[in-house]
Every structure is written in C-alpha cells, then in structure tokens.
Ligand binder design. Structure first.
Ligand SMILES: N[C@@H](CCC(=O)N[C@@H](CSS)C(=O)NCC(=O)O)C(=O)O
Ligand SMILES: [Fe+2]
Length: 264
C-alpha cells in the first residue's frame, strides 16, 4: 500500500492510501503539512471505515476540511455524511454534473485548495455522467509529485464499467484519452478501486499496458459491451444514498423508493 510523507523544504504533501476490502475501494488522505493548520481532505471515503480514517487524521494532527467524491458510487455508501456528523465544519464535495447533493459542487477547471496545495478538477465522464479526476498541484510552485485520482474512470490495467448510471464507453474512451493520457507520463495514477492487487500506476504505464484503453475506440467499445459483469451487490442502496450523502448522515437514512430504480 503506497504512502509517504515529506518534511524537506522541497515538498510538503502528506499522502496516505487506505483500503476498504469489502468493496475494494481506495480512500486517499492528503494534507498540506507545512501549513500551520495542516489542512486535510479525504477522497472517496467509505462509511464503514470512517472511524479508521478519522483516527489517522487525529494521530497525524491534521485538520480535516473536505470529504470529496470522484463520483456517485454504486458499490458502497460514501463516508461523507458520517464525516460531516463526526467532524463539524467538514464540507462535502462532488461534481455538479453528478446531480448529487453536497455542500460544494465542482466544475471542470475548479481547484479544491488545502493550504498551498490544490486538486484541479478534470471532467472524465463515461463510467458515470458526473465522474471527475482530481490532479494535484502546488500554488507556491514547489516541485511536488503529480498525482491523478481517477475514480473509476481509469483503473490500473482496467477501467470503470459503462453499463449503468449514464455510462457510455464512447465518452469514457474520449475522457481518458483527452483528460488523463495528456498528463505528463510520470503522473501517478491512483484509482478508486483495485481488484487485482495493484496500488499505483503511471500515465505512461497505462498508455502502454492498459488492456482496454490501448485499443482503438471501436475495439474498446466492443470490449466494454461484452464485460458481462453482475451488478454491484449494493447498487440499490448505494446509489440513492450517495445521491444525498453529501448532506445526509447514516443516522438519518435516505428512504429509497423502488420507483427510483434505474433513474439515478
Ligand atoms: N463485485 C463488486 C462490483 C464490481 C464492479 O462492478 N466494479 C465497478 C466499479 S464500482 S461501480 C467497475 O467498474 N468494475 C470494472 C471492472 O472491469 O471490473 C460488487 O458487487 O460490489
Ligand atoms: Fe463507480
């Protein structure tokens, strides 16, 4: 599991990759540890591992300010609602295009700032309509390792499925090629899931070895149309819950009506 923190003058990003094994989800903790407040954010927190994540935040002396999702997840309930309950002041964040409720809505080109560091928002629809990729940057222009948090758009040697939540293989192909494969080749790729035991890749590595996205568009669409995956076990609970979980906690559960099935 990749993790590092830095204390030299040339870098100030603290980074932890955390894993939730039921849904094979990665949650990422990032903080600016040179800033006096040590502002921090969590990307793609899972409800069942919120206490683990918060205990780490506390041990490291960080101030959690944002709970961010890459998209409306279908396989697990996001931890953003619980985090808002447990840490007053934390703001939930998701793309405007997702249609989900949160405190803050992001559009392409927006920057989510924490101290001198930020995440730049890139629209990468195709797995879902509102999928985004977050790319790290540094307002003080100090050299930092560039990282891309790709959600389910680009997985290591794979990609997100495109058969529900407004998915489109055509759109996903364009998103990855125009928004991720145009990043510098040494950009580190951190996905929202891994099912094969990988933890990190690079743009260059995926451009060379991704078994789906190295193909031409027609072949890619054909591959995606024939994945024959079963629906995620939790989809009927997770999607409606995640549409409001940026504002609503687990203690005030969302009431799912069967008529909503297939609409979100
Ligand atoms: N078996 C899991 C769900 C697995 C799954 O469908 N994963 C999604 C990402 S979560 S929406 C996916 O896009 N997979 C792509 C692939 O090629 O596997 C469960 O039941 O939760
Ligand atoms: Fe997903």
């Amino acid at each position: 599991m990749g993790s590092y923190s830095t204390s030299s003058n040339s870098s100030k990003l603290l980074f932890r990759q955390l894993f939730e094994k039921e849904s094979s989800t990665y949650t990422y903790l990032l903080a600016d540890v040179s800033h006096p407040d040590k502002p921090a954010l969590l990307i793609d927190p899972v409800d069942t591992t919120v206490d683990r994540d918060l205990s780490l935040v506390k041990q490291l002396g960080l101030k959690l300010i944002y709970a961010i999702n890459t998209h409306v997840h279908a396989d697990h309930v996001t931890g953003t609602g619980l985090l808002k309950d447990k840490v007053p002041g934390v703001k939930s964040v998701i793309s405007k295009a997702s249609g989900a409720k949160a405190d803050l809505y992001l559009e392409p080109g927006d920057k989510v700032c924490f101290g001198d560091l930020f995440l730049e928002v890139r629209a990468t629809p195709g797995h879902t309509v509102g999928c985004v990729t977050y790319v790290t940057g540094d307002a003080s222009d100090r050299p930092q390792p560039r990282m891309a948090f790709t959600g389910d758009a680009l997985l290591i040697r794979g990609c997100g499925r495109t058969d529900f939540q407004g998915g489109s293989s055509e759109q996903l192909y364009k998103s990855v090629h125009s928004q991720i494969f145009t990043l510098p080749q040494d950009t580190l790729i951190y996905p929202a899931h891994d099912y094969k035991g990988f933890s990190v890749s690079t743009v260059g590595e995926e451009m060379q070895y991704n078994p789906r996205l190295t193909k031409d568009e027609e072949t890619f669409k054909n591959i995606m149309a024939n994945l024959n995956l079963s629906y995620p076990k939790m989809i009927d609970v997770a999607v409606p819950s995640n549409m409001v979980c940026g504002i609503q906690s687990k203690f005030q559960p969302f009431t799912y009506s069967p008529e909503m099935k297939g609409r979100i």
